[in-house]
Design a protein around this ligand. Structure first.
Ligand code: ME8
Length: 507
């Protein structure tokens, strides 16, 4: 059985410290990676940084340091952020890594030898902060459509990749692989707005800056961003000179990217791979943006806080949960501290935290922490038990469709039902009647059982909270293999559980 799963985030520009938008993609990739690991897959989860280019060269100059010194500092900071967020990446690639530099040069040479890269002259409108060339029709009011700044006319000798040659092959690939791009709307956009109108050859080298990977056979050229950056997904696996990991993990199962770089991942990247004669990734998911006050969170606009401030104030799982739950995956959504607080209070504190603490406290108070299923079942239990029994397969289905927020919604639906079940069965009244103790124990057992199944799933999304719940239940961590194994006796011990989430003041 081939049960590997290779998932990637974009490699981010370390031009400034990372913001909540970068956390968004990375948290989601992490949750998917963890989910697959719990399901028994051999997962390779990669993230990293895209370190070359004029923008970083300029930033370093401003600071009076070398580009490498400049990025090193930001990358150390990024790694600290990922650690604080519990990002379980298997590999962090830097485009300045020596192996990457060497392999990119080999790939470039391969494409050149094949005739898919040739020398020509480039002329275009260039936006320095975005490192993007634009055609005049793409400009908005004569300015860069991404950041709204001035663009300048640039003319230089350059190498080109024969993207036009792959137009038809790309169309055929899209036809045969309807799930290649998700959501479907982005697939249609790529086909109708870019591929069908015709693809132009792509400029893949520059002479206007030096902070990049030199073309090995023509050193005044540096390899321009897309061949340098996109190839990170294969150089990390050893391509082209070492095929051990490459054989094992390629093709990628899922490239997660923001919607603004879907085009690069679904047109340019597949064409490069076709030219190299290697298989295409199975899927590219283009997600929406977190927006602040109607605009994209942006390093150049500086309209954000360091994500660690949110982690310190509200806990890592509040931030993770918000990223995973708040916005339908694929759409744009609003980010604000207020929304983060509201979401944390409503779900993590009122539903999850409250349920776990009430249930465990009742278990301790009424049964000294030892709860067995006395099987005094009533009809009111059926819905709860059925929902719990269906939970895993329903969440699986949502995760297959990458409807991450809906996966969490279903888990929280069960937790909400548990809270209602407590209100409806009124354990505190049963506890006063000696003859009802077996019924009471069954109720607590059902609650603990539902919490256990939910927590097993929640590990992928909010791992540190899940760990605390396992500890309170006094049960070893489970994975999806044994998620429904029956617990004979819950032996909770006698310690009052720590509060999972404190209610945050909303003003
Ligand atoms: O594009 N909301 O790097 P980058 C959601 N180096 N996601 C956001 C976001 C927001 N407001 N802001 C950023 C690059 N992101 C290239 C990629 S890949 C071979 C090269 C996330 O630092 C989102 O995933 O600009 C987006 O695609 C990525 O960060 C862009 O990061």
């Amino acid at each position: 059985m081939n049960n590997k799963f290779y998932i990637t985030t974009p490699i981010y520009y370390p031009s400034a410290e990372f913001h909540i938008g970068h956390c968004y993609t990375t948290i989601i990739a992490d949750a998917i990676a963890r989910y697959k690991r719990l399901a028994g897959y051999d997962v390779f989860f990669q993230t990293g940084t895209d370190e070359h280019g004029l923008k970083i060269e300029n930033k370093a100059k401003e600071k009076g340091v070398t580009p490498k010194e400049y990025v090193d500092k930001i990358i150390a900071d990024a790694k600290d952020l990922w650690e604080q967020l519990g990002i379980s990446y298997d590999f962090f690639i830097r485009t300045t890594d020596e192996f990457h530099v060497k392999r990119v040069q080999e790939i470039f040479k391969k494409l050149y030898d094949k005739g898919d890269i040739y020398k020509g002259e480039y002329q275009g409108l260039y936006c320095v902060p975005c490192e993007s060339f634009w055609t005049s029709s793409q400009l908005i009011d004569g300015k860069c459509p991404d950041c709204g700044r001035e663009v300048g006319l640039v003319k230089e000798e350059a190498y080109f990749f024969k993207l036009s040659k792959y137009q038809q092959k790309l169309e055929e690939f899209y036809e045969k692989n309807p799930d290649f791009i998700l959501p479907v709307s982005r697939r249609n956009e790529m086909l109708n707005n870019f591929i069908r109108p015709g693809l132009e050859d792509l400029c893949v080298s520059r002479t206007s800056f030096t902070w990049g990977i030199p073309v090995s056979f023509d050193e005044k050229h540096v390899i321009y961003v897309w061949i340098d950056a996109l190839t990170n997904y294969i150089t990390s696996l050893g391509y082209p000179d070492n095929d051990e990991l490459f054989k094992k993990y390629w093709p990628a199962d899922l490239h997660l990217v923001g919607k603004e770089i879907v085009r690069f991942h679904t047109i340019i990247w597949p064409a490069i791979l076709m030219a190299l004669d290697i298989p295409l990734p199975k899927q590219v998911f283009g997600h929406g943006w977190l927006i602040i006050d109607g605009g994209k969170i942006s390093k150049s606009k500086g309209n954000y806080k360091d994500p660690r401030e949110y982690i310190n104030a509200y806990g890592v799982d509040a931030v993770r949960y918000f990223a995973l739950r708040e916005v339908p995956f694929g759409s744009d959504g609003n980010f604000s501290e207020k929304a983060l607080i509201t979401r944390t209070n409503a779900d993590l504190c009122n539903i999850l935290g409250n349920l776990v603490s009430r249930t465990i406290q009742m278990g301790i108070k009424y049964f000294s922490g030892n709860i067995k299923n006395k099987k005094v079942t009533e009809s009111i239990d059926i819905d709860l038990i059925d929902t719990k029994n269906r939970l895993k397969s329903e969440v699986d289905q949502k995760m297959r469709e990458l409807k991450i927020n809906e996966a969490l919604e279903i888990i929280f639906e069960l937790l909400r039902k548990c809270n209602k079940y407590i209100d409806d069965t009124t354990p505190w009244i049963l506890a006063k009647d000696e003859t009802k103790l077996n019924r009471l124990e069954t109720i607590i057992y059902n609650l603990l059982d539902a919490i256990l199944v939910s927590t097993t799933l929640l590990q992928a999304f909010i791992p540190s909270t899940s760990e605390k719940i396992f500890a309170s239940l006094n049960i070893n961590k489970r994975d999806f293999n044994n998620i429904y194994d029956e617990v004979e006796v819950f032996a909770l011990g006698n310690e009052k559980p720590a509060n999972l989430f404190e209610r945050i003041k909303e003003d």
